[in-house]
Design a protein around this ligand. Structure first.
Ligand code: KDG
Ligand code: MG
Length: 402
């Protein structure tokens, strides 16, 4: 079998998605997700100008060799644009492989290791009362694990908390908006939230929280300690992760489990964190980590250090990426949990898929390949629209971390 054609589709059914399509001389095609929130067109250009011309004529079964060709062969390695482009190609190749062998992708990754993929939902509210209600609604829908984010008293807006009645969406159309931040106010409010949540819902539900890289190691250590009695499933992205040793300080002070990695692109971003056992969950996605070929190796390395997966699954990853994450989560042994933010109805109709949610778990379905399609005609009715994550500033105007 040979690759005969490749193309990139950009559409915006509520938010932007970059979808890569590979076609073969045997009439099979594969899809991959290359969406990089706020930098979508950089990936489109990388794929169109530099990757597609090198793929034509290659054997799509050679997932390992093509991965190495794109990673090593470019000389310029790593980085989110490069790795999202490689991720999109790799996903499409595994989709073709599954279709050619008439089997779902999870069977190519080791087969089913479990009955279903445990997922966590998002719940957020303007204040603690609203957040408690939102968590209750997610539990009512059948979720066994819920991430809770609340507005912070004294701050007008908080990332991760929706404005008005709109659902929370991790990007807004137009140029970046700005939100204000106070670490002191944040640190005071989070323990109260989880104390109330445990009182209301008991110990059975898994509760998670995302700090969005906004603390220093010692501040994160304080928060982890104060949350210990509320038994969080994890505290996510406590500090910016460029300095991997920062996690050592947190680890020395608290037993609250730590998750990080949604902005990582290769094993090299995480190797010290894993080797030193400073984290409990690694959050890289199939898209941003360079595809299933790379993520499988990262998970296997993490397993040596008792680290489980908790892949990023926000709405800025398309249903193609979600499907790949579910095949992956079904197959690997050290799976932990998968993030699940349901897409809007427009996105679901552009990307018809076989995966489904039931009673706290998701299932990739048994369609050969990844089990996702793209309706290209419908996609064309939703052209790209510039959109970005907001910028975060401290109360005195200093540009701050995410
Ligand atoms: O593109 C970035 C968003 O997906 C991210 O901010 C959402 O932190 C996030 C999460 O955990 O889903
Ligand atoms: Mg996050």
């Amino acid at each position: 079998m040979k690759i005969t054609k490749a193309a990139v589709n950009v559409c915006s059914p509520g938010r932007n998605f970059v979808t890569f399509k590979l076609e073969t001389d045997e009439g099979l095609y594969g899809l991959g997700d290359g969406t990089l929130n706020g930098r979508e067109l950089a990936v489109v250009s990388y794929l169109t100008e530099h990757v597609i011309p090198c793929l034509i004529g290659r054997d799509p079964f050679q997932t390992e060799d093509i991965w190495q060709y794109l990673y090593r062969g470019a000389y310029w390695r790593r980085g989110p644009v490069t790795m999202s482009a490689i991720g999109a190609v790799d996903m499409a190749l595994w989709d073709i492989k599954g279709k050619a062998l008439n089997t779902p992708v999870y069977n190519l990754l080791g087969g089913k290791s479990r009955n279903g993929v445990l997922v966590y939902a998002h719940a957020n509210g303007a204040d603690i009362e609203e957040t408690i209600d939102a968590v209750g609604r997610k539990i009512g829908l059948g979720y066994l694990a819920v991430r809770a984010q609340s507005g912070i008293p004294g701050l007008d807006s908080t990332y991760g908390v929706a404005k008005g009645n709109k659902p929370y969406e991790p990007a807004e159309r137009g140029l970046p908006s700005e939100s204000l931040w106070s670490t002191e106010k944040y640190l005071r409010s989070v323990p109260d939230l989880f104390e109330r949540l445990r009182k209301q819902f008991g110990e059975d539900v898994h509760l998670l929280h995302d700090c969005h890289h906004r603390l220093t190691p010692i501040e994160a250590a304080r928060m982890g300690k104060e949350l210990e009695s509320h038994h969080l499933f994890w505290m996510e992205d406590p500090v910016p992760a460029e300095l991997q040793e920062g996690f050592k300080v947190i680890r020395q002070h608290t037993t609250t489990p730590i998750a990080t990695g949604e902005v990582f692109n290769t094993i090299w971003d995480a190797q010290e964190l894993l080797r030193e056992q400073w984290i409990d969950y690694i959050r890289m996605t199939v898209t941003h980590a360079g595809g299933l070929t790379a993520l499988k190796k990262i998970a296997d390395f993490a397993a040596l250090f008792h680290v489980r997966t908790g892949c990023h699954g926000a709405t800025d990853l398309s249903p193609v990426s979600m499907a790949a994450a579910l095949h992956f989560g079904m197959a690997i042994h050290n799976f932990g949990i998968q993030e699940h933010m349901p897409h809007n109805a427009e996105t679901d109709s552009v990307f018809p898929h076989g995966y489904a949610f039931e009673e706290g778990y998701m299932y990739p379905g048994d369609t050969p390949g990844l089990g996702v399609e793209i309706d290209e005609k419908l996609a064309a009715t939703y052209p790209y629209q510039r959109a970005y994550l907001p910028i975060n500033r401290k109360l005195d105007g200093t540009l701050f971390d995410w």
